[in-house]
Ligand binder design. Structure first.
Ligand code: ADP
Ligand code: MG
Length: 238
């Protein structure tokens, strides 16, 4: 049975896209993984996955008149099926966000794990639908109290729609930060499982510049190890 995860956060730039592709590659060792860029307003997964030139994207699937088949927007990349989204503002405005439900249902019939790279914040239908459609959320945070507070709101929202918490990924953790204290804070403020603490890493930035997921660009980097640990802790249901 497929399990769908929304990779979410309160703010942009916390590392959702980086985390989606890293978790996806780690899970692809054991499962058929499909990754969808559901951040349809600020799509950037295509840049992280070397798909800048993709002809057909999620936007085409969300615009009924374009009459495109779901499989035409699926690309085999890095051992995963990847559905990128385009960056055109006009296409975002023309898209019907509600069509994501059918796209996800169709993709779900053909994979073990779905990862939805989700928009930050909770303002609109396109922003919240990925969380509503997922079975569980992975909350990507930076280890600060404001970031935890934002994550808490995302979690509350998810729970109100019956979407459980898979856990928290702390990202961009610097060596001087006390990971145990952060995990303790997560328990106090957030109550979620800590999946991993991902260090601030030059390899993450370099991977993005190369248009490759971290686990393809630098599989031995400590940040890659930490993402593999997080993927194992997700305990994907069989
Ligand atoms: P989001 O999808 O949440 O907006 P991204 O995954 O695109 O965030 O990350 C935002 C930026 O931060 C990217 O340029 C990315 O390379 C960088 N970044 C993310 N995680 C790390 C990290 N652990 N170390 C260094 N840079 C990072
Ligand atoms: Mg992103």
């Amino acid at each position: 049975m497929v399990e769908a995860f929304a990779v979410a956060s309160g703010k942009g730039g916390t590392g959702k896209t980086t985390s989606t592709l890293a978790l996806g590659m780690a899970l692809a060792e054991d499962y058929d993984v499909t990754v969808i860029d559901a951040d349809t307003g600020m799509a950037n997964l295509l840049f992280h996955a070397g798909l800048n030139d993709a002809d057909v994207t999620l936007h085409d699937l969300l615009i009924a008149e374009r009459d495109v088949a779901v499989e035409d927007a699926v690309y085999d990349r890095f051992g995963m099926s990847v559905v990128p989204c385009g960056t055109s503002l006009a296409a975002f405005e023309a898209a019907d966000p509600g069509r994501l439900r059918d796209v996800v249902a169709e993709l779900a019939s053909n994979t073990d794990v779905l990862l939805l790279d989700s928009p930050a914040a909770l303002g609109s239908k396109s922003a919240v639908l990925p969380i509503v459609l997922a079975d569980r959320i992975v909350v990507v945070l930076q280890p600060t109290v404001p970031s935890l507070s934002d994550g808490l709101k995302v979690q509350e929202y998810a729970h109100s729609y019956g979407t459980d918490t898979a856990g928290v990924v702390f990202n961009r953790v610097r060596p001087d930060e006390n990971v145990d204290r952060i995990a303790e804070q997560a328990g106090r403020y957030f109550g979620g499982q800590t999946l991993a603490s991902i260090p601030e890493s030059d390899a993450v930035r370099a991977a993005r510049r190369e248009g490759k997921p971290l686990l393809a660009h630098a599989p031995a980097d400590p940040a890659a190890d930490a993402f593999r640990e997080a993927a194992a802790r997700l305990d994907v249901r069989d």
